[in-house]
Design a protein around this ligand. Structure first.
Ligand code: HEM
Length: 460
C-alpha cells in the first residue's frame, strides 16, 4: 500500500474531529485482494500507518478497521447494545444456534448468566484434574514416538487433546475410538467454516449444493451425540459432575431449559473452545522452543512449585512467570486474530458518523502490534505483563479474549489448561522445532501455523 492509496473522506461527514482516512486500494476491488492474500499484514500496516480508526474500501461496500483502545472499549462496552455480532458469523450461527455466543439482548443476558455460573471458579478444580489426566495419556503416546525417533505434529496433537478435554469436562466422555467420528466431524466443520469465511460471495444456506449437504450431515452427527447425552441425563439426573450437568441444574433452578438450548450451549463450548485453546497451546510450545532461556525460567518455576508432582489448580495459580509467558504468547499469536461487530442503527465512533450495518473489524493481531502502544512490538518479552507494566497500559490495548461484558467465558478454563499441559510437557521434555521449518501465521477463522508445526522431543 502506498500513500497514494489513501484519501481523506469528505462529503457525508459533517464536522468530524479530524478527517477519517479511507484506504482505497485498487480500482473496482478496493483492498479485497490484499484482504484475501494477507489480511494480517494489511490490518497491521494500516493500523500502524493510519491510526486506530480507518475506513477500508471493499469495492462494493466499506468496512471500518478499529484498533484504538478507547474506541474498542466504547464498541464492546458502552455501545454494545447497538454494536451486535456481524453477518460474518452467519455460518457459525448455523452450527451453534442461538447459544450464548450468538444471542443478543435479553436472550444473551439470560444465557450468559447461566453459562457463567456453570464455569464458576470454585468448580475448576475437577476440570484441572481431567486436563492433567488427558495430558498424561498424551505424554504416554509421545514417549512411544520419542523411542521411535518420530517428530510430533503439534497442531494435530493439541487439537486432539483440547477436544478430549472438552469431552471429559463437558460430557464425561473420552476421545476414544467410539468418539473418533466426533474429532473428524468437528475438524471438518471448522475447515468448512474457514473455507466459507474467505469466500467473496457467500453460499446461501438454502442452496442445494454439496457443501451445504455435507455440512447438514456433519451437524447431524454432532446433534445425535449431544441429544443422546441430554436424554441420558434427563433419565438419570445428577449422575455426573460435568459442565453439562451443571448447566442442566442451573437452568432448572432458573425455570428450566429446552433440549435445544442445552444443545446450543454444548456445541458452543465444543466449537468456541477447542480450536482456540489448541491454537494457544501450539503457539505456547512454539514460543517456548524459540526462547530456550525463557523456557528454562518457566521450567525452574514449575519445578520449584510442583516439586515434580502433577500440577494442581493451586500450583498453576502460582506460575507467575508462566502466566506472563502465556499472555505474551497470546499477544503475538492471538488465536481469535480478528472479530467484528455491526451497528443496528446509525451511530457514531469518536465523533464520526457510521451507517447502520457497516462491518466494524476489530483486528486483535494488529492491535497487539501497534508501535505506538507496544515498544518493539515484534519482540517477545513476558515482562510486558508484570503487574506494574500492565497498569500502565489501556485495558483494551490487549484483548486476546475480547472485552467488555461479552468477553470470553472460557478464558480461565483455557489459561489453566494451557499452563497444566505445558507444565507437564516441560516436566518431561524439551521441544525443538524441526530444522528448516518457517513458522508463519495462517489467517484461518482461528489462526494457526501454516502447514502445521513439527517438533522433535528431547529429554527435559
Ligand atoms: C485461548 C483460548 C480462547 C480464546 C483466544 C478465545 C477468544 C474469545 C474471544 C476473542 C471472544 C469474544 C468474541 C466476541 O466478542 O465476538 C470469545 C467469546 C467466547 N468464548 Fe472464547 N476463547 C478461548 C477459549 C474458550 C473456551 C475454552 C470456551 C468454552 C469452553 C470459550 C467460550 C466462549 C464463549 C461462550 C464466548 C461468547 C461469550 C459471550 O458472547 O457472552 N472460549 N472467546
Amino acid at each position: 500500500m502506498t500513500a497514494t492509496d489513501i484519501e481523506h473522506a469528505t462529503g457525508p461527514i459533517v464536522s468530524p474531529p479530524a478527517a477519517l482516512p479511507l484506504v482505497k486500494g485498487r480500482p473496482i476491488t478496493g483492498v479485497l485482494p490484499e484482504l484475501r492474500g494477507d489480511p494480517m499484514g494489511l490490518f497491521t500496516r494500516t493500523a500502524n500507518q493510519y491510526g486506530g480508526l480507518v475506513r477500508l474500501n471493499l469495492g462494493t461496500s466499506e468496512a471500518w478497521l478499529v484498533s484504538e483502545p478507547e474506541i474498542l472499549k466504547s464498541i464492546l462496552q458502552e455501545k454494545r447494545r447497538n454494536f451486535v455480532k456481524s453477518d460474518y458469523l452467519n455460518d457459525l450461527h448455523i452450527i451453534i444456534g442461538d447459544g450464548v455466543f450468538m444471542a443478543e439482548g435479553d436472550a444473551w443476558k439470560d444465557a450468559r448468566h447461566v453459562v457463567q455460573k456453570s464455569f464458576h471458579t470454585a468448580r475448576m478444580n475437577g476440570f484441572v484434574d481431567q486436563m492433567t489426566e488427558t495430558t498424561g495419556e498424551m505424554l504416554e503416546r509421545w514417549r512411544a514416538k520419542q523411542r521411535r525417533g518420530e517428530p510430533i505434529e503439534v497442531v494435530q496433537e493439541t487439537m486432539r487433546l483440547t477436544l478430549d478435554v472438552i469431552l471429559r469436562t463437558m460430557f464425561s466422555r473420552r476421545l476414544d475410538e467410539a468418539h473418533q467420528v466426533l474429532y473428524e466431524t468437528v475438524s471438518w466443520l471448522l475447515r468448512d467454516l474457514e473455507r466459507r469465511f474467505w469466500r467473496l460471495v457467500p453460499i446461501p444456506p438454502w442452496a442445494p449444493v454439496p457443501s451445504n449437504r455435507q455440512r447438514a450431515q456433519a451437524i447431524k452427527v454432532l446433534d445425535e451425540f449431544v441429544y443422546e447425552i441430554i436424554e441420558e441425563r434427563r433419565r438419570s439426573p445428577g449422575s455426573k459432575d460435568d459442565l453439562l450437568e451443571r448447566l442442566i441444574t442451573i437452568y432448572e433452578e432458573e425455570g428450566g431449559a429446552s433440549r435445544d438450548m442445552l444443545r446450543n450451549e454444548a456445541l458452543t463450548f465444543i466449537i468456541a473452545g477447542q480450536d482456540t485453546t489448541a491454537s494457544a497451546l501450539t503457539w505456547m510450545l512454539c514460543e517456548l522452543s524459540r526462547h530456550p532461556e525463557l523456557a528454562r525460567q518457566y521450567k525452574a518455576e514449575i519445578d520449584r512449585v510442583t516439586q515434580g508432582r502433577t500440577p494442581k489448580i493451586d500450583d498453576l495459580d502460582q506460575f507467575e512467570f508462566g502466566h506472563r509467558f502465556f499472555k505474551e504468547t497470546l499477544r503475538l499469536n492471538p488465536p481469535a486474530w480478528t472479530f467484528s461487530r455491526m451497528p443496528l442503527v446509525d451511530d457514531e465512533l469518536a465523533g464520526h458518523p457510521i451507517k447502520a450495518r457497516t462491518t466494524v473489524i476489530m483486528p486483535i493481531f494488529a492491535l497487539h502490534r501497534r508501535a505506538d502502544l507496544w515498544d518493539n512490538p515484534e519482540g517477545f518479552d513476558p515482562d510486558r505483563f508484570t503487574e506494574e507494566n500492565e497498569q500502565k497500559r489501556h485495558r483494551f490495548a490487549y484483548i486476546p479474549f475480547g472485552g467488555g461484558p461479552r468477553a470470553c467465558i472460557g478464558a480461565r478454563f483455557s489459561t489453566l489448561e494451557n499452563l497444566a499441559v505445558t507444565a507437564m510437557i516441560l516436566q518431561n521434555h524439551r521441544l525443538e522445532l524441526v530444522p528448516g521449518y518457517k513458522v508463519e501465521h495462517e489467517p484461518m477463522f482461528i489462526q494457526r501455523p501454516r502447514g502445521g508445526l513439527r517438533m522433535r522431543l528431547c529429554d527435559a
